[in-house]
Design a protein around this ligand. Structure first.
Ligand code: OSB
Ligand code: MG
Length: 371
């Protein structure tokens, strides 16, 4: 697709703080609010949006909000503002020289894709190569007491969610999955350890084979691939890497080593759509299914995730559940709610959602402007 290049006239960053409806606990800690940077890129009267998925402290990956903001302020946004780009590929050379910080890179790249799709008056899914007007979704349930977890699983299955993922940690694993499997013999279940085990736990992890799991997500270290390959040869449950895959290069290594038989793609974690599509295409070449993970995003990141999930390799339900599970009020005017385990693709050009500006003003800092 060729067109007149888009000139980025201006960029703005705002920090948005939204309380979570219920605290979210994973093996590394508990979140009670979502604090994230919202980026707007302006070009010729159009606005492109993206949110950053980095946390204030490095508790999921090693990227931090402060480090991302430094890179955005001191290098990425000054390099992009005032420049013209014919397509997302043209933007990429300005992003790739930097080490790490793939969440910050993703913000700029994703906001540009939104802008570019809007300039073509096409939905983002169309320019990405996706199809369909809705996606299958599951839900990710945080750590809590076993009896209340069973109630939460029941209520989400009743709502039609197509897969239930349970967070686990040492001491909160076998008994939990046994109780849930006994209560729901037919449910599609997965587990997510967020890197809290080591190879010394191989025997315990092999006991999970009894529970017909769809997969276990990221059992071992966040920066490991090799030990996951060793573990995969000791257990039958498919391993799905999340934290370990920040780029297509790591995905290729993991696929070649048989360290991952399912892949969780997070566009906001992996540097943007071009890199996510590379991971998606590699996985397809290895006949490995992919699904779209989440980072408790607001309606902006949630809309991006929905468009990504319409690519053909996304054959397993993702984590993009109803916004109202996370926030009493979201920053988008459009409500992103799933019905019977299906999330509709927002209609319209680009990501297809608009900002609720009055509400945003009440939960965000004043814009920091780059021009
Ligand atoms: O590992 O997928 C993860 C949330 C924060 C950090 C890491 C993860 C998660 C989730 C939540 O599982 C997915 C969602 O509901 O957005
Ligand atoms: Mg995960």
């Amino acid at each position: 697709m060729t067109r007149t290049p888009l000139r980025i006239d201006r960029a703005e960053i705002r920090l948005v703080r939204l309380p979570l409806v219920t605290p979210f606990t994973i093996s590394t800690g508990t979140m009670t609010e979502k604090l994230f940077p919202l980026l707007t890129l302006y070009a010729g009267g159009l606005e492109g949006y993206a949110e950053g998925v980095m946390d204030p402290l490095p508790d999921y990956l090693d990227e931090t909000l402060a480090g991302s903001l430094s890179l955005l302020r001191d290098a990425l946004l000054p390099a992009v503002v005032g420049q013209s780009f014919a397509n997302p590929e043209a933007l990429e050379p300005l992003l790739t020289p930097w080490r790490g910080h793939r969440m910050a890179l993703a913000m700029v790249e994703m906001a540009f894709w939104d802008l570019w799709a809007k300039s073509l008056d096409l939905p983002l899914q169309t320019v990405l190569g996706g199809n369909g007007d809705a996606i299958d979704v599951g839900v990710s349930l945080g750590i809590g007491p076993i009896d209340s977890t069973i109630d939460r699983v029941a209520s989400h299955l009743e709502q039609g969610y197509k897969r239930i993922k349970l967070k686990i940690k040492p001491g909160h694993d076998i008994a939990l999955i046994r109780a849930v499997r006994d209560a729901f013999p037919q449910a599609r279940l997965s587990l997510d350890a967020n890197s809290c085990y080591t190879l010394a736990d191989s025997a315990l992890l092999a006991r999970l084979d009894d529970f017909a799991l769809d997969y276990i997500e990221q059992p071992l270290a966040w920066n490991d691939i090799h030990d996951h390959a060793t573990l995969q040869h000791r257990i039958r449950t498919p391993i799905c890497l999340d934290e370990s895959l920040k780029s297509a290069r790591e995905a290729r290594l993991a696929l070649m080593l048989d360290a991952t038989r399912v892949i969780n793609i997070k566009v906001g974690r992996s540097g943007g759509y071009l890199e996510s599509k590379r991971i998606h295409d590699l996985a397809r070449a290895f006949d490995v299914p992919v699904w779209c993970g989440g980072m408790l995003e607001s309606g902006i990141g949630r809309a991006h995730n929905i468009h990504l999930s319409t690519l053909p390799g996304f054959t397993k339900p993702g984590d993009t559940s109803s916004s109202s599970r996370y926030f009493t009020r979201d920053i988008t005017n459009e409500r992103l709610e799933s019905v019977d385990g299906r999330m509709a693709v927002p209609q319209g050009a680009g990501i297809g959602v608009t900002l609720d500006r009055a509400f945003l003003d009440s939960v965000a800092t004043a814009p920091e402007v780059f021009k």
